[in-house]
Ligand binder design. Sequence first.
Ligand code: GLN
Length: 230
Amino acid sequence: MVHTYNDFQQDQPRFKFGVLALQGAFQEHIHILQNISQVSSAIPIRKAEQLETVDALIIPGGESTTMALIAERSGLMDPLRKFVRSGKPTWGTCAGMILLASEANKVKKGGQDLIGGLNITVNRNQFGSQIDSFESLLHIKHITTSSDDLFPAIFIRAPIISSINSSSVEVLAQLEHDVGETNTPLIVAVRQGSLLGTAFHPELTNDDRIHKYFVQLTQDHYNTEKGRNK
Ligand code: GLN
């Protein structure tokens, strides 16, 4: 039988993605995901029942304290923790990465509720109010291949990863940043198994390479699971 391109497309496993849609930049993620061929659908998540239907999740940027508060009120905090603990692929961008972290510094008085799962400590609002947003071209492991194709990373009141708390966390990107006299590279993207964290906002660019990478991680995750269940 002669296969057409469409047959191959249909043969590919396709996955359902959710984007936490309580607050922040969720629509942009949905839009990018919808244009990736291995994505069967991308839906906004506002309720625990919706979370149960998806294979992978993005927690977007916005305001981590507000998002945690709304998630708590909507009864989503525990289902989100369960989702991440079960090993399902989850990617946090900016405020989303703060929520995915196991520890956060510079949190509001009274602390901050986190989803956790990603073994890192983050510093919220690392760049202060003077430079609260900027763009930087980054080399990202597994994603950019040479200095000609760096990733345009947009940082908005961004956190950074101040420490890596497990050897299973892989550093994907660092930002050269002048602090006083010294130039200290700051960690701004990590991966731990099927969990991904980026301090910046890839959904605000028209570069979909990190989204495609996350879809690939999802595919790899379910392929491995299938192998295990055989
Ligand atoms: N500063 C925000 C927070 O702490 C994150 C900002 C963002 O997501 N762009 O939640």
